[in-house]
Design a protein around this ligand. Structure first.
Ligand code: ZN
Length: 340
């Protein structure tokens, strides 16, 4: 009999992963049974989607934020580290795509644990690592949960088709996590509003716009390659996650998306924080969602509709999206911000 994972079960697992990443629950990643995460290519451990020459991404809704890697012969840049049991493989694969002795660089798009949970397997090996200045203390404070998550990593791979190399790296992360300190997981460079890196003659612009998904979102733009990792400013075909403790803002999110659109043309490759790789239309769709969410909630507040009633609503722009489990949070967060 043919069976497929039901959307609701998938949503439930992803929902838990995102909640845990935001500190609402223990830092755990969902099970990986029947995952397509593992590479058919024996030289790599994880399945990477080739985007453009030098650019590959791991796009998998069950294992935290999308990781992008940019490699040349001498350089390997990782953007986000998912969880500890996967991050050794992210690092190994990035170096396999460059060369074993390539210089490793890390950028975290924001502090959430599904984007930084694997930092302990990357930061100590990176020549340079970057995050927004507001992310630094938040990442440090996550250390106990990250260690706990790393210890549970190997168990999460049991019963999956995970290759031996991944199991070995997950076990290594679990063991080494005992001795991780704040320095092991925290990027060494704290950025403000704008920075430019140059790796192997490739320009990389890092932008922090208004408080949006969090107070420390970084957008990573490769202007010569017309490619942007938006971090969690874009949830593609998914409800966006609003974190009441992350310092974000629905109004700021709208502005940040407008700022991203100024960097784009119609053909820009968009790597969203969650969901499939896309073009500029994914940014436009996210802007449409946030704009309409603000308008509808504002209208309800003006009409005296109580929060408990507004959060039960759904509107046309919300139809057909994944992560249904976080729809209500989006409305509640926006209501609190606008009514505040
Ligand atoms: Zn996030």
């Amino acid at each position: 009999m043919h069976t497929t994972q039901s959307t609701s079960a998938l949503d439930r697992r992803t929902f838990l992963a995102i909640l845990s990443a935001a500190g609402t629950a223990a830092l755990t990643a969902p099970a990986l049974a029947k995952s397509t995460l593992f590479a058919p290519d024996p030289t790599l451990i994880l399945e990477w989607q080739a985007l453009k020459p030098g650019f590959h991404a791991v796009v998998d809704q069950n294992t935290g934020g999308n990781t992008l890697v940019f490699t040349t012969k001498d350089q390997a840049l990782l953007i986000d580290t998912k969880f500890a049991h996967l991050a050794g493989a992210l690092r190994a694969d990035a170096l396999a795509m460059a060369t074993k002795d390539a210089t490793l660089t890390l950028i975290n798009t924001h502090h959430h644990g599904d984007h930084t949970g694997g930092n302990g397997m990357v930061v100590p090996f990176a020549a340079d690592s970057y995050a927004h200045e507001n992310a630094i203390d938040r990442i440090k404070s996550q250390l106990p949960r990250v260690k706990q998550g790393a210890k549970g990593g190997p168990a999460r791979l049991k019963g999956t088709n995970a290759p031996d190399a991944l199991l070995k790296l997950a076990t290594q992360a679990a063991e080494e996590s005992e001795s991780w300190t704040e320095a092991s997981v925290t990027p060494t460079h704290a950025l403000k509003d704008k920075a430019t890196l140059t790796l192997a003659d490739t320009k990389i612009d890092l932008y922090h716009f208004d408080p949006a998904h969090t107070d420390n979102d970084l957008v990573v733009h490769f202007p010569d390659h017309n490619l942007i990792h938006t971090g969690d400013l874009v949830f593609n075909k998914l409800h966006p996650f609003f974190d009441p403790n992350g310092g974000g803002s629905a109004l700021g999110w709208k502005n940040a998306l407008k700022s991203i659109l100024k960097l784009c043309d119609d053909n820009t490759t968009i790597i969203p924080g969650h969901g499939d790789i896309d073009t500029t239309k994914a940014v436009k769709a996210q802007l449409n969602y946030i704009t309409k969410l603000i308008a509808h909630v504002q209208a309800d507040i003006k009409a005296g509709v109580p929060k408990s009633e507004t959060t039960q609503k759904t509107w046309d722009f919300m139809q057909g999206l994944g992560f249904e489990g976080i729809r209500e949070r989006a409305i509640a967060f926006t209501y609190d911000e606008l009514a505040g």
